[in-house]
Design a protein around this ligand. Sequence first.
Ligand code: ATP
Ligand code: FE2
Length: 355
Amino acid sequence: MLCLGIEGTAEKLGVGIVSSDGTVLANQLKQHIPTEGIHPREAAQHHADNIPGLIKKSLAEAELNLGDIDLVAFSQGPGLGPCLRVSAITARTISVSKKIPLIGVNHCIAHLEIGRLKTPAKDPVMLYVSGGNTQVIAYEGERYRVFGETLDIALGNCLDQFARALKLGFPGGPVVEKLAEKGSYIPLPYSVKGMDLSFSGLMTASLKAAEKHPVEDVCHSLQETAFAMCVEVTERAIAHTGKEEVLLAGGVAVNSCLQKMVSTMTGERGAKTYVPERSLLGDNGAMIAWLGLIMHKAGVRQKIEDTRVNQKYRTDQVNVTWRPPCLQKTIKITPHPNKAHTTMGVWSSPVMTSP
Ligand code: ATP
Ligand code: FE2
């Protein structure tokens, strides 16, 4: 069976083709580059203008015709309404005209399932860090549960807004990573609240710090602080669930400093870190196609009227019928609550909260 998957939750448009044995036959991406923050209607217009060409390119890459496709999947949410609707309408049109089944999938779960397909991770805790999402997710009780998440902006958005305000360029993540290499540490607010994270106070404090410190130092410290917060929550999710794998997902996860910090933490716990290849780490159409395929194989069917987009589609709203229930494992180590992992090692920090 061949599935064409359409991703269009925010500023990126992706079309992928995957076969039921898990081979990625095509994975095409086109990105809208906004001048200011992402304007949903402008991004949607970009997607509408580019989707026919991107589907053609995907079919050419896979050496297929549209008539060869057996199933069409699209990201139903979460995301920006106007962008989601472009993918949904395109998928419905293909479904009706080619008389093939249609399936709307949860974008965050697609990141996790492509990671399980393309890395040795079987039952991981996923740290999903992107421009629009920051969540720590793991499978428990036939659902993907959110163990911790941002209470305000996503980590990638924090880096993008910081870089934009200082006119460093877009996307901010890679620029901040480069500058951070030459920087030294200065204290910034560290904000973990229970299992949740907050980045907006950190971003404001970083912009203030940039008024009196070299930008390299601020970038370095922004990364160290934000990533240590993510590692702390991920570590506690591992301790709670007893799982032995961490899967990284989302555009921020390409950051080598974050990868190193997560690996240090998992190494100390006797756990493993897995990072999918770059083209499958950020948003992409192949992950949507793969989730569509496994859901379809598990018997999930949708009528057109069930394919309405859902901007706030929660990870834990999806009934995960395609995975057998996993056995609970015993908790092995309880992490120190005030311990943070940084590239400089493990340090004790006061857990500060922003107002
Ligand atoms: P989603 O719709 O899942 O929220 P997205 O539209 O933000 O995803 P992604 O490709 O998953 O798309 O992530 C883009 C984000 O990744 C941007 O915020 C960008 O700054 C960040 N990013 C890219 N490269 C790096 C890097 N090297 N270090 C840190 N962040 C990075
Ligand atoms: Fe994503």
